[in-house]
Ligand binder design. Structure first.
Ligand code: NDP
Length: 285
């Protein structure tokens, strides 16, 4: 077995620091009679979504923010959901609105996200927010890639001129991730399911971000020695354990730093949701 060398990037500890900073900002807002408020809308009974929503609400409360979870039955109509969002858009006590995805299949996810006021879209999924990010004037950055950027900053990674490779090109992780890395001066390659020789790309990466959803697909031989490896993937294995998209053991023998799963990117996603909601409230000052 090869000797381990990479430093484990502790997302849990950094998330705690970010959340402590948020709590201080919340105190300042409260002294001005503003309590940041996040409303999460959950449609249906998806088990994973229930856990995510509970964790988000708990994190808000721990930071001194208001949090409200609106649970709707799976058969909720598109019209009723849009009406609720419209009401929340006009509610001054609500600074952030998050509709937990995925939605039941009869609902139009795109239309629902577009119905959220861009100024309250703390997930950063609204096309206005995607466009603002694209043009270098972000209002809300999607929480997961935003959390990754925070980790890279905390690690002191110099992205100027760095080769960054993002594996995965979804609207919520891969694409915004690429834009954020590019904005910091990295030369970015984005790979998807059609990429011909994935390893040829990943082996060039000084910074490798993997967000696919396939357990252990990136192995140590696909990683440049000394690279920073960020594993966004969360996969539930048959034995009930969680695994990332990166094979941790072989990767850590090659990389200089790597995020574990769990305890890496996951906690940062929630921390950045709190940051976005606090920013939304601060804009009301
Ligand atoms: P999606 O399924 O929306 O996107 C997956 C992306 O991976 C697509 O762009 C797809 O390509 C690409 N892909 C699929 N197979 C390959 C392959 N063999 N080689 C290269 N690229 C491939 O997933 P998400 O972006 O929503 O999530 C990705 C992972 O991150 C999941 O495990 C998810 O659970 C996790 N996640 C973790 C979060 C956290 O807080 N840590 C938050 C959000 C997600 P194509 O575009 O061609 O289809």
């Amino acid at each position: 077995m090869s000797s381990s060398s990479a430093r484990a990037i502790d997302g849990k500890a950094l998330a705690q620091r970010v959340r402590a900073d948020v709590a201080e900002r919340v105190l300042k807002l409260k002294s001005k009679d503003i309590t940041p408020g996040l409303t999460v809308v959950l449609v249906g009974e998806d088990a994973a979504s229930q856990v995510y929503v509970r964790n988000k609400a708990l994190a808000c409360e721990q930071a001194g923010m208001n949090s409200d979870v609106i649970r709707l039955p799976a058969e909720t109509s598109q019209a009723d959901l849009l009406e609720l969002i419209n009401k929340l858009n006009h509610d001054k006590t609500v600074h952030g609105i998050l509709v937990q995805l995925p939605l039941p299949s009869h609902l139009d996810e795109h239309a629902v996200i577009e119905a959220i006021a861009a100024t309250k879209d703390v997930d950063g999924f609204h096309i206005s927010n995607a466009g603002l990010l694209l043009t270098g004037k972000p209002l809300f950055r999607p929480c997961t890639p935003y959390g990754v950027m925070k980790m890279l900053e905390d690690e002191g990674v110099n992205l100027r001129g760095a080769e960054a490779v993002v594996v995965g090109a979804s609207n919520i992780v891969g694409k915004p991730m690429a834009l954020m890395l590019q904005a910091e001066g990295a030369t970015v390659t984005v790979c998807n399911s059609k990429t011909k020789d994935l390893a040829a790309h990943t082996r060039r990466a000084d910074v490798l971000v993997v967000a696919v959803g396939r357990p252990n697909m990136i192995t140590g031989d696909m990683i440049k020695p000394g690279a920073i490896v960020i594993d966004v993937g969360i996969n539930r294995l048959d034995n009930g354990k969680l695994a990332g998209d990166v094979d941790y053991e072989s990767a850590q023998a090659v990389a200089s730093a790597i995020t574990p799963v769990p305890g890496g990117v996951g906690p940062m996603t929630i921390a950045m949701l709190l940051v976005n909601t606090t920013e939304a409230a601060e804009r009301c000052l």
